[in-house]
Design a binder for this molecule. Structure first.
Ligand SMILES: NC(=O)c1ccc[n+]([C@@H]2O[C@H](COP(=O)([O-])OP(=O)(O)OC[C@H]3O[C@@H](n4cnc5c(N)ncnc54)[C@H](O)[C@@H]3O)[C@@H](O)[C@H]2O)c1
Length: 369
């Protein structure tokens, strides 16, 4: 966790479901106070601000115009990301946006261009790869504990959002689905461990064209599905590693692992990348049992507690970058992940292998060797 060198004042754009988790997580960084909430639904912004003791609130335009705000944390739904990122950058703010960076490759390129033109820093979720599990796995790979990586797998099953999110429509629209909603967590981990992806091929489908929402206080009872809800992809990394990814909102129950790395000398098994912490297990060829690796960085808290769901490390990472430090959850990295996820749908629709145009460096590790 970064040590404060300067204070940066935070404005949050979008006060929906994830908002409270940012407020709780950002409390770990008193040098990054939340000074304003902006939402196109001003009544919601007011409720959120009053409940969480944020001193100012209003609509989106008031947030962009607030000169006391240095960093905008963008928690709008994915279809709004590109436009709102560009507006925030043009208003002179640094921006940290929830995943995905955009909903298309074109949107992703547009926000990278806007960030470059503005001279401001753009960062993006996920930041969970910077947690103890992601960093422990990174150290294990860097130290050669699995030998040379040969293959990798990622299995994403149903988030059951219809049962708990009051308005899960965006999860079944452009920018949603298991690929764009959950895929960023898994691919960020894989790219952080294995480097960039060179090409993607995949098959996708919609499991059920209409989903029933059962969440308490739901805004809608049913949703017409616009995006694939079941995808199976082969990711070929530039290093030659072959990754297998199953991303589905149609798999309700499974016994598959979350993420595994298969090397010439051993296998690494990682916990849920939606969390920061959890056991990373290694089994070298011939070992009788799995070994739980010593965490490479401090834990946020116990696994299976709310500590895992709080967000803010990525905002601290952005503030470090503003101060001249390494930027790990950076936009080029997020763009590469976005391009790979978009390629899943393109590959399936066009029945071909999609070669990625972008490259990215593995982010600097957080662990100290
Ligand atoms: N809900 C979760 O569990 C969760 C977890 C991790 C990441 N995320 C990500 O966080 C983001 C938000 O998700 P959510 O579940 O909080 O969504 P939500 O629909 O609950 O809330 C979004 C809020 O943004 C506001 N908004 C929409 N357009 C806006 C605009 N142009 N300017 C300002 N405000 C605008 C809406 O009025 C709403 O209050 C998404 O990118 C999602 O992928 C959500």
């Amino acid at each position: 966790m970064g040590t404060a060198r300067h204070a940066h004042r935070i404005g949050i754009l979008g006060s929906g479901n994830i908002f409270a988790r940012y407020v709780a997580g950002m409390a770990r960084y008193p040098e990054l106070p939340i000074v304003r909430v902006g939402d196109i639904d001003v009544a919601r912004a007011e409720r959120a601000a009053v409940e969480h003791a944020v001193p100012a609130w209003g609509d989106d335009a008031e947030l962009y115009a607030d000169e006391s705000v240095d960093i905008i944390v963008n928690l709008t739904p994915p279809v709004h990301h590109a436009r709102t990122i560009v507006r925030a950058l043009e208003a002179g703010k640094h921006v940290y946006v929830e995943k995905p960076l955009g909903t298309t490759v074109e949107e992703g390129r547009a926000v990278l261009d806007a960030a470059a033109a503005s001279g401001r820093v753009l960062g993006s979720a996920p930041d969970t790869f910077l947690g103890s599990a992601g960093q422990t796995a990174r150290r294990a790979v860097d130290d050669g504990l699995v030998g040379t990586p040969v293959g990798a797998s990622a299995f994403i099953s149903h988030s059951r959002a219809e049962t708990w999110h009051p308005d899960p429509r965006f999860l079944f629209q452009r920018g949603g689905g298991p690929v764009m909603d959950m895929g960023p967590y898994y691919l960020a981990i894989l790219v952080n461990l294995l480097g960039p992806i060179a090409s993607v091929t995949a098959a996708t489908r919609i499991g059920a064209p209409v989903r029933t929402v059962t969440a308490p206080d739901r805004a809608v009872d049913t949703i017409e599905v616009e995006v694939p809800t079941h995808a199976s992809a082969v990711l070929t990394f530039a290093s030659g590693v072959i990754g297998t990814a199953l991303m589905s909102f149609d798999v309700w129950d499974t016994e598959l692992p979350r993420i595994e790395i298969y090397g010439t000398e051993g296998t690494l098994s990682l916990p849920n990348p939606n969390n920061f912490d959890g056991d990373v297990r290694l089994r070298r060829h011939g070992d009788a049992e799995w070994t739980v690796l010593e965490p490479a960085v401090d834990l946020f808290g116990a696994v299976d507690t709310r500590e895992q769901h709080r967000r803010g490390l990525g905002v601290r990472d952005l503030a470090d970058a503003v101060e001249g430090g390494p930027h790990r959850a950076n936009a080029a990295f997020a763009f590469h992940v976005l391009e790979a996820l978009c390629a899943v749908e393109t590959a399936s629709r066009e029945g071909r292998v999609v070669r990625l145009a972008s490259d990215c460096a593995r982010p600097a590790p957080r662990y100290t060797a």
